[in-house]
Write a protein that binds this ligand. Structure first.
Ligand SMILES: *Cc1c(COP(=O)(O)O)cnc(C)c1O
Length: 500
């Protein structure tokens, strides 16, 4: 089998400034055949830009080649498997891009009057209905811009409901396996965070939960399946414990790729949850946005949904702002509309059976990968995987090789690394999510690479400790890169100034 080891087309590329040579131009205009205008007189000299020092002078063709060569240094889902656990980096069908770019949708303006936006409003309404059906909840808001923003919206609504009942309460419970955004959200809404320890199977410990759940606790933020890729089998009991003391259950639905079409959180007792439309429902998100953190709520929370809400007025839709209990707007306009269009196109094209099949394929791929890698890597919790598998570097650590080193070596095999060192409850975690869109051939190449690395560690750990070997940049100082990034090029003429 061909191993996927790859190298970049070019290993070095100067900055565009360094390619510059005086007098070169990327355009050629015919001679002026009308009287020249004095720009300073027309626009005012304060609005007219003078010469920019050290501005690159380069031909059109050189610009095109320069940026095309740079683009070959990127890794993308269009090149191969992107196994980042928790992120659901799946391939998103191109047809949904086509739908989102339909002229009437792409050019719609949020300030168009309702009478000219009925089609867009129907799309919003249809997506809200579809997501309510998928989650088993009563209503959905599409305003939040991403998952963390959805969490914020959800906990604000929880707080509003509890305040209405008389007391906002003080604390929110968060399992120690949670994504970092969960405690951050609770804290931003003004709650103290109480961590609850997972049991030896990576699940919420019901005994512990029983002890810490009091009438000072507003609720629980739980991820299901949780971040070790395991389904919380006591979820009904957990929700019962919270509800018995008057609290509410928030579910982080970032892992819905494991549940869509199979289980509905509304039926196991969840009161409010978010979905990452950019993870589960077909918006590419490698570049960091835009996304959508749709929030679904049970009936008790519907009066608190962000304003405005869609309302049917005879034959037409209109935006209703008359919502006395609403937490108000959480975002300008009505959400990231292009993302909503993609999600609805994806859901409608698949239908219920198609969505369910996608989930089953995601589970199959994760379990296939887990079973074949288990002889080589320590599985964190011995339970069937949902949509992702979490290993630890325990065996490799004995040779001095850690999860980050294995991830670097994976780059030499032509793959994007998996999620490194998360969740924090697994020492030296390797978190791998293949998603449903990978073929058996691609999975086998990945598994082959992982096994090959495990063998290298046995025979020659140095090879892995010094990886990557095929990239233009080898190991970087990640702490300095994160804390003191140099993101601005300094022209030579200013270099001495910058050094001061
Ligand atoms: C991705 C993710 C989030 C945050 O979502 P964003 O859209 O990145 O804000 C929260 N929780 C979990 C478990 C996630 O995987």
């Amino acid at each position: 089998m061909i191993k996927k080891v790859s190298q970049h087309i070019v290993q070095e590329e100067p900055l565009v400034f360094e390619l510059s040579s005086p007098g070169k131009r990327g355009y050629q205009l015919p001679e002026l055949d009308v009287p020249a205008v004095d720009a300073n007189a027309v626009l005012g000299s304060e609005n007219v830009r003078g010469e920019i020092s050290d501005f690159p002078e380069i031909s059109e063709f050189e610009v095109v080649r320069h940026f095309t060569r740079l683009s070959t240094w990127n890794y993308a889902i269009d090149l191969g498997l992107y196994p980042l656990g928790s992120c659901t980096m799946k391939y998103n069908p191109r047809v949904n891009e086509l739908v989102a770019r339909t002229e009437g949708l792409a050019w719609a303006h949020p300030y168009q009057p309702d009478s000219l936006s009925q089609g867009c409003m129907e799309i919003v309404a249809a997506l809200e209905r579809a997501l309510a059906e998928i989650t088993g909840m009563d209503a959905v808001t599409l305003q939040p811009a991403a998952g963390a923003h959805g969490e914020f919206t959800g906990i604000l609504m929880m707080r509003a409901l509890l305040e209405k009942r008389g007391r906002a309460r003080k604390k929110v419970l968060v399992p120690d396996s949670a994504h970092g955004t969960n405690p951050a959200t609770a804290s931003m809404v003004g709650y103290a965070v109480e961590n609850i320890k997972s049991n030896e199977r990576g699940m919420v410990d019901v005994e512990v939960l029983n002890r810490v759940m009091t009438e000072d606790v507003a609720g629980l933020m739980i991820t299901n399946p949780n971040t070790v890729g395991v389904f919380e089998e006591n979820i009904r009991k957990i929700c019962g414990i919270i509800h018995d003391k008057g609290g509410l259950v928030y579910m982080d639905g970032a892992n819905m790729n494991a549940l869509v079409g199979i289980a509905r959180p509304g039926e196991f007792g969840v009161d409010v949850m978010h979905l990452n439309l950019h993870k589960t429902f077909s918006t590419p998100h490698g570049g960091g946005g835009p996304g959508s953190g749709a929030v679904a709520v049970a009936k008790v929370l519907t009066p608190f949904l962000p304003s405005p809400r869609l309302k049917r007025d005879g034959e037409a839709w209109r935006w209703n702002y008359d919502l006395p209990d609403s937490i108000g707007r959480v975002r300008a306009y009505y959400g990231n509309f292009g993302v909503l269009v993609r999600a609805l196109a994806y859901i409608m094209a698949h239908g219920g059976n198609g969505l369910r099949q996608a989930t089953l394929d995601a589970l199959l791929n994760a379990n296939y990968l887990r079973v074949l890698l288990e002889p080589y890597y320590e599985i964190a919790y011995k339970a069937p995987s949902m949509h992702e598998a979490v290993f630890s570097d325990d065996r490799q650590a004995k040779k001095g090789v850690r999860t980050g080193d294995i991830a670097k070596r994976l780059i030499d095999y032509g793959f994007h690394p998996y999620t490194v060192s998360f969740p924090l409850i697994v020492r030296g975690a390797l978190m791998i999510e293949p998603t449903e869109t990978e073929s058996k051939r691609e999975l086998d190449l990945f598994i082959d690479a992982m096994i090959s690395i495990a063998k290298e560690i046995e025979q020659n750990p140095e090879l892995v400790l010094t990886a990557p070997h095929s990239t233009r940049t080898k190991r970087v100082d990640e702490v300095t890169a994160a804390r003191k990034p140099v993101v601005r090029w300094t022209p030579k003429s200013n270099a001495s100034q910058a050094a001061d």
